[in-house]
Each structure stands twice: as structure tokens, then as C-alpha cells.
Write a protein that binds this ligand. Structure first.
Ligand code: C5P
Ligand code: MG
Length: 293
């Protein structure tokens, strides 16, 4: 019977799709199909998961890097943020380091960047323009992904260590900020004149999403009673995004392996049910959803 469910997803046979346990994937999709969209919730990372990693040979900016616009920050600040990126990003994706080793360094990175941003007196009313002028790009197939979930009333939780205000503007400008979307992220705190003065709440970085999940996602009432979880991410840290969901029956995790492919392939294969190698599209998640609906 599982073969049957599988045959309807020919996309899974593409050579960019890797699976450690094909049978488990088949069985999970079959189970999700049986219980239907009313029992499903989707939890997704944002940067480099819903957005592209690269486009026409150039890196696509993350929500943090979208702020790199003279409207918002000066040249000196750009230089400092770039330097921090060059120092800390290689650590974030280093396959030889454990999460425990990375954790304090990620806190350091985010804290330093947020401090620099706060010094720039960023204006809330200029954020939308900065997003419009940025080369930010959602993955190919994003419209179908967001629209289908909204049509089926399937909640989509976007869980991002990026900047929430920027993230919202990106999906708004792409016309996919539908009512089924919930966001957990780092939000800017503006003073009464609309100038950035701080970041709200507990800092979220790549490797503490579990705490964020327990603090926030666990309280989202629309997610209660939906025991099937489709999870999308591009970092091992993203796997803890579903930790706030109680009574999970079926979980299917999809990992986008964008960078350091050979070094991280093994690790990703052992951690995600499906690994997508240098796939800049949402074709696979869309094919799976089509099968469940
Ligand atoms: O949405 P997501 O959780 O993926 O957002 C976090 C990503 O943003 C990290 O993977 C990191 O590489 C990136 N980042 C960045 N600049 C920072 C901090 C994080 O580009 N200052
Ligand atoms: Mg990401």
C-alpha cells in the first residue's frame, strides 16, 4: 500500500532528493494522506528555506542582510556586519563543530549585529522600501505552497531566527501573507517616533529554536489537535522547531542542503527524512502537499 502513495509523487525520484529511509517517508506520507489536511500543520524556517540560497550565481540576502541599504544603515555599519558574517557564518554551518560548541558563538553574532543595528537609528517607515529594493527572493513554487496551505486552512508557522518585521514585509510584498500564517521571530522594538531602540523578547538564533517553540508555538491554539507535522529547514537547529507540538503522530522533515554539501550530506541524511541537495525550489514540499490534500 505504501508503494501506492509513493508512485503518485514521481518528484521524489529526482537525483537531488536523498532519503535515508525511503520506506519511512512513504509510510509517513501515506499516514498523513489518510488523516487529511485537517490534521496537518506546517512548520518552516524562513531564510534559505522559504527564500532561495542563491540566484544567478549570487547569494540571496537573509532578512538581516536585507537591511544593508543606505536608507537604513551607513557604510561603516555594512562593513562591520559583513565582517561578522564572514566570521560567524562558516561556524554556523561547520560540520565538525557540535551544536553546543556553536551555541555561544551564535549568541555572540546575533548580539553584536543587533547592537550595531540599534546604533543606526533604523526607521520603521523605511523598512518596506528597503525590502522592495533588495534582491530578496522566495523559492520557486512559493505561491503554490502558500496559497494551497491557505486554501486548505492548514496553519503555517514560520519560525525564523531572522528579523520578523523584514520577514513579514517580504511575504506581504509577494502577496502570500495569508491569515493561516503565524510567525515566531526576532521583532524590532521602535520608540514613539518610529526609530529602532531594541529587539523584543528572548533572542532567537539558529540553535535555540527549541526554547522558542516551547515558549510560543505551544500556545498557538490553532495548532492544537493537528498531530501531523511537515517541517522544513536548512539547519540542524531547525529540527527542534516542532518541539512545542504535543501529541505528534506523524512528522516528516525536509532539509535543504544549500551549502557545504559534501561535508554535511551525511549529517543531514541522518537528521532529516528528506534531504534536498542544491534545490532552489519548493517542488518537493508542493508535491507532497498535493498528495496529502
Ligand atoms: O530564518 P532563519 O532562522 O534561517 O534565519 C537565520 C539565518 O540568518 C541564519 O541561518 C544566518 O545564517 C542568517 N544570519 C544573517 N545575519 C545575521 C544573523 C543571521 O545572515 N546577522
Ligand atoms: Mg534558515
Amino acid at each position: 500500500i505504501f508503494k501506492n502513495a509513493f508512485l503518485q509523487i514521481p518528484e521524489l525520484s529526482k537525483c537531488s532528493v536523498l532519503m535515508r529511509e525511503r520506506c519511512r517517508v512513504e509510510e509517513t506520507i501515506y499516514n498523513m494522506q489518510q488523516t487529511g489536511p485537517e490534521n496537518l500543520q506546517v512548520i518552516s524556517d524562513f531564510d534559505m528555506t522559504l527564500t532561495r540560497f542563491a540566484y544567478k550565481g549570487k547569494r540571496v540576502p537573509t532578512t538581516h542582510n536585507i537591511l544593508d541599504n543606505r536608507l537604513l544603515i551607513d557604510e561603516n555599519c555594512t562593513k562591520k556586519i559583513k565582517k561578522l558574517l564572514n566570521t560567524y557564518y562558516p561556524i554556523e554551518i561547520d560540520a565538525r563543530l557540535s551544536t553546543e560548541e556553536k551555541l555561544p558563538l551564535m549568541v555572540e553574532w546575533w548580539t553584536k549585529v543587533h547592537k550595531l543595528l540599534m546604533e543606526q537609528k533604523i526607521r520603521k517607515d523605511l523598512l518596506a522600501q528597503a525590502v522592495r529594493e533588495s534582491p530578496s527572493k522566495l523559492r520557486e513554487g512559493y505561491k503554490m505552497f502558500f496559497d494551497h496551505l491557505a486554501e486548505q486552512n492548514v496553519p503555517l508557522l514560520i519560525f525564523s531566527a531572522g528579523i520578523g518585521d523584514v520577514l513579514e514585509e517580504v511575504i506581504r510584498q509577494n502577496h502570500v501573507f495569508h491569515p493561516n500564517v503565524n510567525i515566531i521571530s526576532n521583532y524590532m522594538d521602535f520608540d514613539h517616533t518610529g526609530v529602532l531602540q531594541a529587539f523584543k523578547g528572548q533572542l532567537i538564533h539558529t540553535f535555540n529554536k527549541r526554547e522558542g517553540a516551547l515558549a510560543h508555538a505551544a500556545h498557538l491554539t490553532e495548532l492544537k489537535g493537528r498531530q501531523n507535522v511537515l517541517l522544513l529547514g536548512d539547519s540542524l537547529g531547525d529540527l527542534t522547531m516542532a518541539d512545542g507540538v504535543s501529541n505528534v503522530q506523524n512528522t516528516l522533515t525536509i532539509g535543504f542542503l544549500n551549502d557545504q554539501v559534501e561535508e554535511r550530506k551525511e549529517l543531514f541524511l541522518n537528521s532529516f527524512d528528506i534531504v534536498l541537495v542544491k534545490d532552489e525550489t519548493l517542488e518537493i514540499p508542493n508535491a507532497i502537499l498535493k498528495n496529502i490534500f
